[in-house]
Ligand binder design. Structure first.
Ligand code: NAD
Length: 478
């Protein structure tokens, strides 16, 4: 059992740098002793993961809820548990196909030699997990890593100490530490963790910490997948069906109280429709959550610091002339006590407001008037390339212009966030919202060395002809 150091917040304990190095060495030695796990071994690991999740489902929901103050159990089902089962199900179905050696074309001058790509396990994968979906964002990369035949070390978030402790003990029950190792703890542990010479590292978290992690990875030339954040815009076209649009934005904005990396961050739409849209958003939120305080379906903001940050965004917007509408009529003190924030629609926004500059990560929804497709694309392009983009409308030509003229990590059309759940499209950011991708085959390839192999010929008629041609390439050159 590794020695521990104390760190904040939550006074989460974690291993020392020395203990982490020892765990890494144990994983690397075990990998070197068995560098190509068969499908049977990988399958057994994936099934073990599924079984331990099943066994502890109730505890998972309870500990995450304890860490948040309150976390809706259905939010945990939707955002964490079902995602994990789907990922495992898909990996169990598809990995034998993904593991296959892949023949590649060979040009005439190299025949009868031939080419192939061999997906090879990389070794030890480092995975850093944020607090917002602490199970799903741990299991997603773990599934990709072990499906591709690797071992992995996982650093949990200090903001979810109860769940992190549970997850650590679950993984200890299910796996030898040289297969899956979990570290809890704060920034000191995270720093030591990200300094390890992993064979690949996948970090999920904020753009600022992503930069620190990328620098640490660069020191050891560790290839790095960065799953970061940003302001994901919603573009509403004149042709959009308002009822559908409102219901779908409200659902994904209020899941986990907006604490979702791909939550719709702000809305761009024609001015004439903003009032009707705001009314409908408020009505929709109130229909979904008749009360926000004390409502088991509605999740709290994770920590006082984040609650204060969201209040500051609102105060700043109000001071600069924004109009603010809060759904429901809950008692404000009670809401504050529970760290619950109802859907809050912010109109008459201006670019100098912090709410239009920082990733919101909460249930505040600013709306920006934007008349034409050109205006909307220009507005998107004036900001950092986002993790996700959402377009609502019925005009396919306009849809395609948005798809080709703007950049975003991923897109859902006529809904929000669901591209994350698709098994056969990779998920990742672009520019400041991240680099690289995982999920499904994209994840398998991220965690594999796709090794190119050229097999030179050694015999046969065509080979003999080629040998004659090749002779000219051998010194002495004549
Ligand atoms: P964070 O960046 O504060 O922390 C993420 C992890 O990094 C934690 O485990 C933390 O311990 C670790 N960490 C903190 N400081 C570190 C350091 N100096 N060196 C190394 N590691 C360090 O992020 P968060 O607040 O937990 O999560 C919210 C952010 O994550 C948001 O920006 C959100 O958009 C983003 N996010 C992205 C995705 C995605 O898939 N792209 C998913 C969820 C969240």
């Amino acid at each position: 059992n590794p020695k521990t150091t104390k760190s904040k917040p939550g006074e989460a304990k974690g291993p020392t740098a020395k203990a982490l190095q020892a765990a890494f060495k144990a994983q690397r030695d075990a990998f070197d002793a068995a560098p190509y796990p068969s499908w049977e071994v990988r399958k057994a690991r994936l099934e073990t993961l599924r079984d331990v999740l099943r066994k502890y489902e109730d505890d998972i929901k309870q500990t995450i809820s304890d860490d948040f103050g309150h976390r809706s159990k259905v939010d945990t089902d939707l955002g964490d548990i079902i995602m994990a089962y789907n990922d495992i199900h898909n990996a169990l179905k598809m990995t034998p196909k993904w593991m296959k050696r892949r023949k590649r074309a060979t040009s005439l001058s190299y025949k009868p030699g031939w080419n192939e790509i061999i997906p090879q396990p990389m070794g030890v994968i480092g995975i850093v997990v944020p607090w917002n979906y602490p199970l799903g964002l741990a299991t997603g990369p773990i599934i990709g890593a072990i499906g591709a035949g690797n071992r992995c070390m996982v650093k949990m978030s200090e903001y979810t100490p109860k769940f992190s402790a549970l997850f650590k003990s679950m993984m200890e029950e299910a796996f030898e530490p040289d297969v899956v190792y979990v570290a809890t703890g704060g920034v000191d542990v995270a720093t030591a963790f990200t300094n390890l010479p992993f064979d690949h590292m996948l970090f999920t978290g904020s753009t600022n910490v992503g930069k620190i992690v990328a620098k640490a990875a660069a020191e050891n030339l560790v290839p790095c997948t960065l799953e970061l954040g940003g302001k994901s815009p919603v573009l509403i076209d004149d042709s959009a069906k308002l009822d559908l649009t409102v219901a779908r934005i409200a659902q994904s904005k209020l899941l986990n109280a907006g604490q979702t990396c791909i939550a719709p961050d702000y809305v761009l739409m024609p001015k004439a429709r903003i009032d009707a849209f705001s009314d409908a958003m408020i009505n929709q939120a109130e229909a979904m959550y008749p009360k926000f305080a004390g409502n088991d379906d509605y999740t709290s903001v994770i920590a006082d610091s984040h609650y204060a940050r969201l209040q500051t965004l609102l105060e700043d917007a109000e001071n600069k002339g924004a109009k603010i509408r809060v759904a429901g009529n809950d008692d404000k003190q009670q809401l504050a006590k529970e760290r619950r924030i109802p859907l809050t629609v912010v109109t008459e926004t201006t670019p100098d407001m912090k709410i239009m500059q920082e990733e919101i990560f909460g249930p505040l929804l600013p709306i920006v008037p934007s008349e034409t497709l050109e205006d909307q694309c220009t507005a998107v392009k004036s900001k950092d390339r986002p993790l996700a983009l959402y377009w609502f409308g019925e005009d396919d030509a306009k849809r395609d212009r948005v798809l080709y003229e703007t950049h975003a990590g991923g897109v859902t059309i006529n809904d929000c966030a669901w591209h994350f759940g698709q098994e056969d499209i990779g998920f990742g950011g672009i520019g400041p919202s991240g680099m690289g991708a995982y999920h499904g085959e994209a994840g398998f390839e991220t965690f594999s060395h796709m090794k190119g192999v050229f097999h030179q010929s050694t015999g046969g008629l065509f080979h003999t002809l080629k040998q004659k041609m090749m002779a000219d390439m051998m010194p002495p050159y004549t």
